[in-house]
Design a protein around this ligand. Structure first.
Ligand code: PMP
Ligand code: GLN
Length: 379
């Protein structure tokens, strides 16, 4: 029998719930992806670059013009300086970037601090590289970070802290106070930071996105990762990027070149040209805030109770008034009996903490949200 390298890891919950949702013809608010179309100009641009012969390997680091546009954007938004030649890498989705960053710096026996609930790719990537996850839980139900606990978890073996803001699945976001606490903890240490900021353009209620790249003393020890899939409604195109100071980028690229070598060429050219229209990403928060508010209004009279969501396109709903079943059981029944698919967040905890909440994706057409809410209100 083959000895598994990840014996406790099954099929990712996103595939499980989407499959079940399809089997039962349910409304799929589980896996996070939009059900509306990509901007037609972006489609035309991909076509343009495919037809004009941009169909062979891109440079290993990514198409330079795209790296330059990314550098310009992060300078304008976060006042962060990254050299497009040596400090930016275009990747095959944020998932690849997360894996490459972890593989680049985590050695056998190194400890990595992971805040739970955690996006499901972090821990397998740590373990495949011989690292040891050290878990700290967000406080429930407000999903704040207990920085004293983070501090107590630091040892001489701590190599990396993984952060994610806006946070999937909770919708929590880092505040200025969080950043101050983080700075205090890493000061005078060699701890590196991996900051997953794929929802950087989806943050609500006028809150400022606390990119790690805004803070020079953190930037110098950080990999900052984002994804075009979230920003341009193109999750199936799988293009992301990693920002990191040159010495970190060098190690990152050493791994990246053998994970994928380079990412899709015509799509990189298309994004570079499409990024000239800054309004698209600058207006994304307003677009999704309306969806969040619509969904909340529609389910106001249901027996689900929302937990405040400040960013991402996910809304957590407490179902404890409806059932005391586990979140996994209840989410399956919600698909099979009521026709709505969600994600049970207990899968994002190593001890499967079950708070009787479910995660619903509101990156959907208004009519999809209307239909889903109608079903949820009947329960
Ligand atoms: N991190 C988080 C927090 C995510 O929600 C996602 C979404 N899938 C990813 C990383 C991966 O992004 P990508 O689809 O670009 O690989
Ligand atoms: N990020 C998406 C989510 O959280 C899906 C990721 C995936 O399917 N791997 O739903």
């Amino acid at each position: 029998m083959l000895r598994s390298k990840l014996p406790d890891v099954g099929l990712t919950i996103f595939s499980v719930m989407t499959q079940l949702s399809n089997d039962y013809n349910a409304i799929n608010l589980s896996q996070g992806f939009p059900d509306f179309d990509v901007h037609p100009d972006l489609l035309d641009l991909v076509n343009k670059y495919m037809r004009s012969g941009h169909n062979q390997y891109a440079p290993m680091q990514g198409v330079l013009i795209l790296r330059e546009k990314i550098a310009e954007k992060v300078m304008e938004l976060y006042n962060a300086v990254y050299d497009p030649v040596s400090e930016i890498t275009v990747t095959s989705g944020a998932t690849e970037a997360l894996f490459a960053a972890i593989a680049a710096v985590v050695h056998n026996g190194d400890e990595v601090i992971v805040l739970e609930p955690a996006f499901d790719s972090y821990v397998p990537a740590i373990e495949l590289n011989g690292g040891i996850p050290v878990y700290v839980k967000f406080r429930f139900p407000e999903y704040g970070i207990d920085w004293d606990e983070v501090k107590q978890s630091v040892t001489s073996k701590t190599r990396l802290i993984i952060l994610n803001s806006p946070h999937n699945p909770t919708g929590a976001v880092l505040s200025g106070d969080d950043i101050a606490a983080l700075k205090h903890i890493v000061k005078d240490t060699k701890i590196l930071i991996l900051s997953d900021e794929v929802y950087e353009h989806i943050i609500f209620d006028g809150i400022r996105h606390e990119s790690i790249s805004r803070h020079p003393e953190l930037l110098s020890r950080s990999f900052v990762i984002s994804s075009f899939g979230k920003t341009y409604h193109t999750t199936g195109w799988k293009i992301g990027y990693c920002l990191a100071p040159a010495p970190l980028s060098k190690e990152f690229q050493t791994v990246h070149q053998f994970l994928t070598f380079a990412s899709n060429t015509p799509i990189q050219f298309a994004y570079a040209e499409f990024m000239r229209n800054k309004d698209v990403y600058l207006n994304l928060s307003t677009f999704y805030q309306k969806k969040r508010d619509r969904f909340l209004k529609l389910i106001e009279k249901s027996r689900f109770k929302p937990i405040p969501c400040h960013g991402t396109y996910f809304q957590m709903l407490d179902y404890s008034e409806i059932s005391d079943e586990s979140d996994i059981k209840f989410s399956k029944r919600l698909i099979m009996e009521h026709g709505v698919a969600s994600i049970p967040p207990s899968v994002f905890y190593h001890q499967k903490d079950d708070h009787k909440v479910l995660r619903f994706c509101f990156a959907k057409k208004d009519e999809t949200l209307d239909k889903a809410a109608e079903k949820l209100c009947k329960i």
